[in-house]
Design a protein around this ligand. Structure first.
Ligand SMILES: Nc1ncnc2c1ncn2[C@@H]1O[C@H](COP(=O)(O)OP(=O)(O)OP(=O)(O)O)[C@@H](O)[C@H]1O
Ligand SMILES: [Mg+2]
Length: 279
């Protein structure tokens, strides 16, 4: 099986906290092809982050099987890298330092030759160029905009040449214009690196624009509700967001998210929230 392919077979994750039990993942079966870009959407608490953390090897499934490249996942590995919403950069390191740091952590010092160091420096340089960070290579994270910090975090994740990028609402904190730039950048980068990407978002438009497939999860218990093929050409362009196929799919997914969260309209959600606030 190709190294970037993911197979989940009847995955369950049950959190036990004292007497209470939360079924965060119920019988999740999902195959993701090598090099595929899949997005996960769904109401809050439906298990998106839990599924991503399980793929990363940070959570152990309660039952079921998980394989990456045909090999059972038993923990984190350099073949999989995570990117989070809060950029989690090291404030005391420059942009270049942040990008190289992961490599220094994963490579065993005594095994490193000068050729390794040179290769790593070359890779860091190429990533700086690719992510448009050359001009700020010597800057510190607090001197950068949110969009730039997230580009550093992505470059750092790519440093070890992971086959799989796992992204948990990575652009959630960015403004709309910066997000659009980041969308085209991540599509370009994932194509160049031939990475498999699993991308969690609350934003249905983002999910459709980026994903070849959109996986919709539902809460209580967390499970896969439906999977949508995105009817757009592989090479995306912003203008496609106005196409009838895009608009129709967006409406269908939003409707299904409302249905699966037990609320038919946003107004109902607001009423429920205000009732809760008043009681
Ligand atoms: N470590 C944990 N211990 C106990 N319960 C947990 C733990 N992590 C997650 N849960 C529960 O599992 C369920 C799924 O959580 P998860 O964070 O995966 O949802 P999510 O879809 O990512 O939500 P959001 O969109 O709000 O980020 C929730 O009910 C959550 O409270
Ligand atoms: Mg989450």
């Amino acid at each position: 099986m190709p190294p970037g392919a993911i197979v989940c077979r009847s995955l369950w994750k049950i959190f036990e906290a004292g007497p209470s039990r939360v079924t965060a993942l119920k019988d999740v079966t999902l195959n993701i092809a090598d090099g595929e870009f899949v997005t996960l959407v769904g109401a809050s608490g439906c298990g998106k982050s839990t599924l991503l953390r399980t793929l990363a090897g940070l959570e152990e499934p309660s039952a079921g099987e998980l394989e990456v490249g045909g090999i059972p996942v038993t923990g984190p590995g350099v073949d999989r890298a995570m990117v989070f919403q809060n950029y989690s950069l090291y404030p005391w390191l420059t942009v270049t330092g942040n990008i190289k740091f992961t490599r220094q952590l994963t490579a065993h010092t005594r095994d490193r030759t000068s050729a390794d160091v040179e290769r790593a420096a070359g890779r860091a340089d190429a990533l700086l160029e690719l992510m448009g960070l050359k001009a700020v290579a010597g800057a510190y994270p607090n001197q950068l905009s949110g969009g730039m910090q997230q580009r550093v975090a992505i470059a750092r994740a790519l440093m070890s040449r992971p086959r799989i990028l796992l992204m948990d609402e990575p652009f959630g904190a960015l403004d709309a214009q910066t997000r659009e730039v980041m969308h085209d950048l991540i599509l370009h980068v994932s194509e160049l690196e031939q990475s498999t990407v699993v991308f969690v978002t609350h934003d249905v438009e983002e999910a459709i624009y980026l994903g070849r497939r959109v996986v919709l999860m539902a809460p209580r218990p967390g499970r896969i509700d439906s999977v949508y093929e995105v009817p757009l050409p592989a090479r995306r362009e912003q203008a496609m967001k106005l196409s009838s196929g895009f608009v129709r799919l967006k409406a269908a997914i939003l409707k299904r998210i409302r249905e699966t969260s037990g609320l038919k309209t946003d107004l109902e959600l607001l009423q429920k929230l205000s009732q809760r606030a008043a009681s």
